[in-house]
Design a protein around this ligand. Structure first.
Ligand code: C2E
Ligand code: CA
Ligand code: CA
Length: 653
């Protein structure tokens, strides 16, 4: 039993082989542990026997041969004691060693038996009986010690016992046959015990083997992504940390976070079964990049990761990234469904960018986030610019945590105008934050940081409270447009607080437009849709903001009770130089008209852009051409400016 821990170690080190090999390994372990004791017993038997026959048998039989046997036994015992430190883990080696042991057992047993038979012939009846009993008892002890090794135990017993019992029968006194038969029966019973114990041992080894196999299976399951068969997040980070340790201070590696663009719409549109097919296909395409030094894993959802060992130039890393993106961009076909995704990938390097897996991931993920904002569908390597942005974000987060939003947050209002009548139909509330530590911080900087945690809810509530308070004094035909974050939308608690706030303000909900970004919908469509339905029930209007900036899908528009779509300003701003942007804006305006939805074109900065939009039949516009976002106390002036027949009207005409 003592040897079992080392036995299991052997199993852990070797891949699970056949049961026979495992049995041989287990037997050898026991043998190595017990053989020194066995040789000790044999030596005692030899000394006692030789001593008993001294003066009766020739000196060669009493001194010479016993000495040789004892020497041999000692050498073998020492050999096995040393082997304890190097137990073989290969089943075939164990098998060969067992054969050698068996061979030696046969030789040693035969020689020993011959020696004892020779002594027997010199003894009187008392000495002979003593020898026979000694042989039987030694055999019993040996069989007990070698219980799990029936071959060796039975070989040893088979060589000595029958011969001696026969000798006893033939040459002993009148009681000898009965005694020999009794001893024979004891021998047979012993053989039976050895066989039973060997069988139990085999069963135990098989059970342990099964347990090891199960443990291995569980380990694999726990570390593998069941959908794609790729290593999962846990396994990826384990391998990454291990690779970093192995690389040491002199080594290098690069890790990338891969995110699919356009996967969510496929999932929402065609269902999860097709979504799963897409993920499996993407995993198979990524698998091509896996090799000895490169690991590919699925971290979860549509996020994959890669790391590759070695020191790479920036150009090599970006080329690898481009290859990964190109592989994922190739069209996908499942039955009669044609789908397409693209991928963005952010890279970070060890040791330049971070010293451990967690921080490496953080930086690669930031590069990915940055890439998604600026170069969607491409590879981005973490840079010092990103590092400073991350530091700034950390400072913003610190300042946000202790901010008093009632004091520090103000609201600017930017008008939305009707194209044909040039009247103001609404004002969009845009948050401004003046931090005592950081000064004025742009919403493009602080909103994403707040959205990465719970802080956004407090900002939304403070901004909404202020915006509603200001809008109470506006003419009743002017609405308030208010941006809410996906985090507000998917948190039932935050949503309830927002709805309570609207109800408590006394502001007519039908005069309130809630703007939800398209990317927000893509992130968690089901929950966002449920939240939108709740808002709609209380009479609020819903606008889809930044339309076209994310992974647009007409399915979203169809499936949501939208009132208005706001075309992202990036298209408008490219319209006069880029005919594709122009066509896109024209089609989007046409699409809204067909769907009976109001349409706002954002970011109109020039008369030329406005003229084009008017030509396309756009209904509403918003932009610096008409008015920049203004403080609450200037709203009345702006309204006045755009009253029919005023100068502002003339500007946009
Ligand atoms: P948005 O919702 O798309 O808001 C419009 C942004 O475009 C505003 O930037 C506005 O100043 C700017 N803009 C308007 N006309 C023009 C133009 O002609 N040219 C250019 N270049 N820009 C124009 P702002 O105020 O910096 O806000 C940036 C973003 O921050 C907003 O984009 C919105 O996503 C977010 N944000 C602002 N306030 C809030 C808020 O209270 N809550 C939430 N959740 N997000 C907010
Ligand atoms: Ca907006
Ligand atoms: Ca917008």
């Amino acid at each position: 039993m003592l040897v079992l821990p080392s036995l299991l170690d052997g199993w852990r080190r070797t891949p699970v082989a056949g049961i026979e090999q495992e049995l041989d390994l287990a037997r050898l372990s026991i043998l190595i542990a017990n053989l020194p004791l066995l040789y000790g017993v044999i030596c005692v038997h030899i000394v006692v026997t030789a001593y008993s026959f001294s003066g009766v048998a020739p000196r060669a039989l009493v001194y010479g041969l016993p000495l040789a046997f004892i020497l041999f036994a000692l050498v073998r015992a020492v050999h096995f004691m040393r082997l304890r430190r190097f137990i073989p883990v290969d089943g075939r080696v164990a098998h060969d060693m067992l054969r050698i042991v068996q061979f030696i057992a046969v030789g040693f047993g035969t020689l020993g038996t011959a020696w004892m038979v020779a002594l027997y012939l010199y003894g009187d009846s008392a000495l002979r009986s003593q020898l026979v009993f000694s042989v039987v008892i030694t055999n019993m002890i040996c069989s007990y010690i070698l219980g799990q090794l029936p071959r060796v135990a039975l070989t040893l017993a088979g060589i000595s016992m029958p011969g001696f019992l026969l000798l006893l029968m033939l040459t002993g006194g009148p009681d000898a046959p009965v005694i020999a038969m009794n001893l024979g029966l004891v021998g047979l019973f012993l053989a039976y015990i050895v066989m039973v114990s060997a069988r139990d041992f085999e069963k135990m080894v098989a059970a342990k083997l099964h347990a090891v196999e199960l443990a291995e299976e569980n380990r694999l399951l726990a570390n593998t992504d069941s959908l794609t068969g790729l290593p999962n997040r846990r396994e990826f980070f384990e391998r990454l940390e291990c690779a970093i340790r192995e690389e040491g201070e002199q080594g290098a590696l690069v890790m990338g976070v891969i995110d699919l663009d356009g996967f969510k719409p496929i999932n929402d549109l065609y269902g999860h079964a097709i979504g799963d097919c897409v993920l499996r296909e993407c995993a198979a395409r990524l698998q091509i990049f896996a090799s000895g030094g490169t690991t590919i894993a699925r971290l979860g959802g549509d996020e994959f990761a890669i790391f590759t060992r070695g020191c790479f130039e920036e150009s090599d890393i970006l080329r690898l990234g481009e290859e990964v993106c190109a592989a994922l961009r190739a069209p996908l076909r499942f039955a009669d469904i044609h789908a397409g995704v693209s991928a963005s990938i952010g890279f970070a390097r060890y040791p330049q960018d971070a010293m451990d897996g967690h921080h490496l991931y953080e930086r690669a993920d930031y590069a990915l986030y940055f890439g998604k904002q600026n170069h969607r569908g491409a590879a981005v390597l973490f840079s010092s610019e990103h590092e400073s942005k991350m530091l700034l974000n950390a400072r913003i987060e610190q300042a946000l945590r202790k901010a008093d939003f009632e004091q520090e947050l103000t609201i600017r209002f930017q008008p939305l105008l009707h194209v044909a009548t040039r009247r103001i139909v609404a004002f969009e509330a845009l948050a401004r934050w003046t931090s005592p530590d950081l000064g004025d911080v742009s919403p493009e900087d602080f909103i994403p940081v707040a959205e990465s945690g719970e802080l956004i809810h407090a900002i939304t509530r403070a901004a909404l409270r202020k915006a509603l308070r200001a809008a109470r004094n506006w003419p009743h035909d002017i609405k308030l447009s208010f941006n809410i974050s996906i985090r507000d939308l998917v948190s039932q608690r935050a949503l309830t607080q927002i709805m309570t706030l609207i109800e408590g303000s006394g502001f007519d909900p039908s005069r309130l437009d809630i703007e939800v970004t398209e990317t927000a919908l893509v992130a968690d469509f089901e929950r966002a849709a449920a939240a939108i339905a709740q808002l709609k029930r209380m009479g609020v209007n819903i606008s889809l903001d930044d339309f076209g900036a994310g992974h647009s899908s007409l399915a979203y528009i169809h499936r949501l009770p939208l009132d208005m779509i706001k075309i992202d300003r990036s298209f408008v701003q490219e319209m006069h130089v880029n005919s594709i942007a122009r066509d896109i804006v024209r089609s989007m305006i046409g699409l809204c008209a067909n769907l009976n939805l109001d349409c706002v074109t954002e970011g109109v900065e020039t008369q030329e852009q406005f003229d084009l939009l008017r030509g396309f039949g756009g209904t509403f516009v918003q932009g610096f051409l008409f008015c920049r976002p203004v403080p609450e106390d200037e709203v009345a002036g702006v309204i006045e400016q755009y009253r029919p027949g005023c100068a502002g009207q003339a500007l946009s005409a």
